[in-house]
Design a protein around this ligand. Structure first.
Ligand code: 6GU
Length: 323
């Protein structure tokens, strides 16, 4: 079975487009299955209110933790847990994406095998994919939650809970690759000024792999667009999603030494008097590769010097150094 995706939003209709195009086909093929849920379905008041004023004052509204928790408990198959003497400011401080969370005495003894994603294509260490270190396996000797009654099975294996958040670490191709190995993704779209900060650390304490990501340095009104972006970046990497698997390998931002791509041309060789670079017509594959590599290096240096700064110099060849 394919990857299962749940999206929670106050505008679930926004995701109707996922039934179209490549994504619709992937659903038909069983590569992915998506369900968009309305957060207001988990409210009990007549106004179906999901937000409230910020504690400490200030403008805007914050999404209430109780509504999110009823929804997420149901989707993740978790029972509500009363946290003992929990200071939100401490655990919440480490609640960003991919943070290397160490288990604390307060955390339930989640089986390390429960939240594991196969990262065989990711030899480089990436923080945080395993919710628990492997020494947290012996249930009998583990520190228990506040009471026996709090113990509960963690969310299903390979489940990752993702919150778009403009104040979180940037979502990158590396994150997309890593998350493409998850069995299930649950996205929680915040609106207004965001969601109550206790939600991510609470679910992390329940043994769930929780991530928060921003998609760039600009402001959006809510998480829906950000979720669409992340979802597309992740699902296009699933086997069988794209028609042509090699079109993935040569792209920008993939691999250890990410460069912007060289430019592409198709026929005719001269269009409205504008020709393509002669070398591309030469039939000399060595020269074509060299030309494209030089162009990729030159364009990256000019447009994205931050990517050049991250390059591993040992991976450049002599000819590269000239550019
Ligand atoms: Cl993830 N959410 C919102 N609201 N704005 C953003 C963002 C996310 N990433 C960049 N801007």
């Amino acid at each position: 079975v394919g990857m299962k995706i749940d999206i929670v939003s106050v505008f679930p209709e926004y995701f109707d487009v996922l039934n179209l195009s490549l994504f619709g086909k992937a659903q038909e093929k069983g590569i992915v299955s998506v369900a968009a849920h309305n957060l207001r379905d988990w409210t009990h008041d007549v106004h179906h209110s999901v937000d409230d004023t910020p504690v400490g004052g200030g403008a805007g509204m914050v999404m209430k933790p109780a509504v999110w928790a009823e929804c997420l408990d149901e989707l993740l198959g978790l029972e509500p847990v009363e946290m003992g003497a929990c200071d939100a400011s401490e655990d919440a401080a480490a609640d960003s994406a991919g943070v290397d969370d160490q288990p604390t005495d307060e955390q339930p003894a989640a089986d390390a095998s429960e939240v594991r994603i196969d990262r065989s294509e990711q030899p480089t260490a990436v923080d945080g994919i395993h919710a628990q270190p492997s020494d947290a396996t012996d249930d009998d000797t583990q520190a228990m939650p506040q009471s026996e009654a709090d113990a509960q099975p963690a969310a299903a294996p390979g489940t990752v809970l993702i919150f778009p958040n403009p104040s979180a670490p940037l979502f990158t191709q590396r994150d997309a690759t890593e998350l493409s190995h998850a069995g299930r993704l649950v996205f929680g779209c915040g609106r207004y000024e965001g969601y109550d900060a206790r939600i991510p650390p609470y679910y992390r304490a329940q043994g769930v792999d929780v991530r928060e990501y921003s998609i760039g340095d600009y402001v959006l009104n809510g998480g829906e667009v950000a979720v669409s972006v992340m979802l597309e970046a992740i699902t296009r990497l699933l086997p069988g999603f794209m028609g042509n698997a090699d079109s993935i390998v040569e792209e920008s931002y993939t691999g250890e030494n990410a460069l912007l791509e060289h430019r592409q041309y198709t026929k005719p060789a001269v269009w409205r008097g504008v020709g393509v670079p002669d070398v591309l017509l030469s039939g000399d594959h060595g020269k074509v590769d060299r030309f494209r590599r030089d162009e990729a290096l030159e364009r990256t240096d000019r447009i994205r010097p931050d990517l050049i700064a991250k390059l591993d110099c040992r991976r450049l060849d002599k000819a590269d150094r000239k550019t």
